[in-house]
Design a protein around this ligand. Structure first.
Ligand code: HEC
Length: 126
């Protein structure tokens, strides 16, 4: 009986050790979600284009974009922001001021929203 208990304690403590040490391999983003979000110098090509192209461009590009809104490349995104900045931000923030986007998809994480805001506030760098 004693031996079985010791084995259980040994296995339990080993799994705690393994569990704790595996944390050291995680980066801040995995551990805390948004805390390592870098918004110091946001550009369209590096930061914004990948998000928009994977989540919005399927509907908002081509010859007949949804709602007439085309944001799939730098110049069309800039001109949409210049005409409808609050609508664009409202649509990804799901704050009730615009239709929630991406339509039928899930809300952007806080980092993506911060990046879009930073890109606009920093003068929409290409
Ligand atoms: C599956 C297609 C689809 C996707 C993906 C999509 N949209 Fe839309 N979007 C629409 C449609 C359709 C409308 C017209 C309004 C409506 O039907 O809600 C629209 C409207 C909008 C509007 C205007 C909202 C308003 O209230 O007038 C904005 C801004 C917008 N989309 C931005 C985006 C952004 C940014 C993304 C990516 C995060 C995105 N959309 C992804 C289909 C889509």
């Amino acid at each position: 009986m004693m031996a079985v208990r010791k084995t259980k304690i040994f296995i339990l403590s080993m799994s705690i050790v393994v569990g704790i040490s595996s944390c050291y391999n995680d980066n801040l983003e995995d551990l805390y979600g948004v805390q390592s979000c870098d918004t110091t110098s946001v550009t369209y090509s590096a930061d914004i284009s990948p998000i928009i192209n994977s989540q919005c461009a399927s509907c908002h590009s081509s010859n007949s974009p949804s709602a007439g809104i085309s944001i799939h490349d730098y110049s069309s995104a800039v001109s949409y922001v210049n005409s409808s900045k609050t609508k664009l931000l409202g649509s990804v923030k799901w704050d009730g001021t615009a239709s929630n986007m991406p339509k039928g998809g899930s809300k952007w994480n806080a980092c993506n929203i911060s990046k879009l805001e930073a890109w606009i506030n920093q003068g929409m760098k290409p």
